[in-house]
Design a protein around this ligand. Structure first.
Ligand code: GYE
Length: 335
């Protein structure tokens, strides 16, 4: 698995390499329409994962409005959570000779070939939201996104508080609704959560069932219904996103149980509907993952296009919320 900390240390060198790639492209472009310098409108090719969740809709809106604001020519495509669609979108951006390609990779592996094609044409690639696993670090310039492993750790830490608040005694039987199989947030959130569990709760916590719900409400609903059948004694749900938690709540209620009471729920994202469920007492705590990456992304794209150095990983800042903060926080939630 990709170790983001490790690649941070390589930041300066690789960012410089990315910068060089951007410069080479700039040189080429300057013989054409721009006459040199950064005056030409930036064309950005963006391949989005899909429209699987509230987080994703907010992210898409943020990218589109920030591109408009920055005056870029944005070419946008939605891959409907399929890697092959993302690969063809990236290939078409290469063929169209866009200035910069940005994408949020649905899964971590399988990108080297297409990224090499972009590199061969001197088109710099910026990752946004999710990371990739590659042996050749020069294939992308930077990642703009969250620390998912830390989100997983934070979810476990906040579960400690939730259990304490609920006065929970005895075994903690956890059901885990995983994100899309092979996606960075699914892998890393599970890893961070397990890390805290293994370090501090080896004897009292156990993940009794864990399966993907593909980050969707329908997936969360369906998988939770099956969990409740096979393991009716589950007392905690850790969902890798709010949408799956919201789907799961429907199945918990259909099974005659009270979400937030009989089954304590911790999820990740912090979308409006998650806050609504939390203010109704159905979700106990949410770890925020900020989708409003557009403005930061546009900033980075400009720097990359102009050959300026950028950090290898531009991290998003985020917070945690307990149920008693939900009502107060709800009106100010922007997504
Ligand atoms: O948590 C989930 C979305 O990659 C951080 O993808 C993103 C995740 C987010 O579908 O809701």
């Amino acid at each position: 698995m990709l170790n983001r900390r490790n690649f941070l240390t390589a930041a300066v060198g690789v960012a410089a390499a990315g910068g060089l790639a951007a410069c080479a492209k700039e040189d080429k472009a300057s013989t054409g329409t721009s006459g040199g310098g950064g005056s030409k409108t930036i064309t950005l090719g963006f391949s989005q994962v899909g429209s699987e969740s509230g987080w994703r809709s907010a992210n898409t809106d943020s990218v589109k409005s920030a591109a408009k604001e920055a005056g870029y020519n944005l070419k946008f495509s939605d891959a409907q959570q399929k890697q092959e669609n993302q690969i063809s979108a990236i290939r078409s951006y290469i063929a169209q000779k866009v200035d910069v390609i940005a994408f949020s990779p649905v899964v971590v592996t399988g990108w080297d070939a297409v990224l090499k094609e972009a590199k061969a044409k001197n088109i710099p690639v910026v990752l946004t939201d999710r990371s990739v696993e590659t042996s050749d670090q020069s294939l992308y310039v930077t990642l703009v996104g969250s620390d998912f492993t830390d989100e997983g750790r934070r979810a476990a830490k906040i579960l400690e508080k939730v259990l304490e608040k609920a006065g929970h005694k005895g075994a903690v039987k956890i059901a885990q609704l995983e994100g899309t199989t092979g996606a960075a947030p699914a892998i890393e959130r599970a890893k961070g959560f397990k890390e805290v569990m293994d370090a501090s709760h080896k004897d009292d916590w156990k993940i009794v069932v864990s399966q993907t719900g593909d980050f969707t409400r329908a997936g969360g609903k369906q998988v939770m219904a099956a969990f409740l059948q096979s393991n009716p004694d589950i007392n905690v749900l850790f969902a890798h996103n709010d949408d799956m938690a919201i789907g799961a709540i429907q199945s918990i209620e259909a099974a005659g149980k009270k979400p937030g009471k009989d089954i304590l729920i911790v999820s990740i994202d912090g979308v409006k509907d998650g806050f609504v469920a939390m203010s109704e007492g159905k979700i106990n705590a949410i770890v925020e993952c900020n989708p409003l990456l557009g403005p930061q992304l546009m900033d980075v794209v400009k720097k990359v296009k102009n050959g300026e150095p950028v950090e290898r990983w531009i991290k998003t800042k985020e917070g945690d919320f307990m149920q008693d903060q939900a009502k107060a926080a709800l009106p100010s939630r922007k997504y």
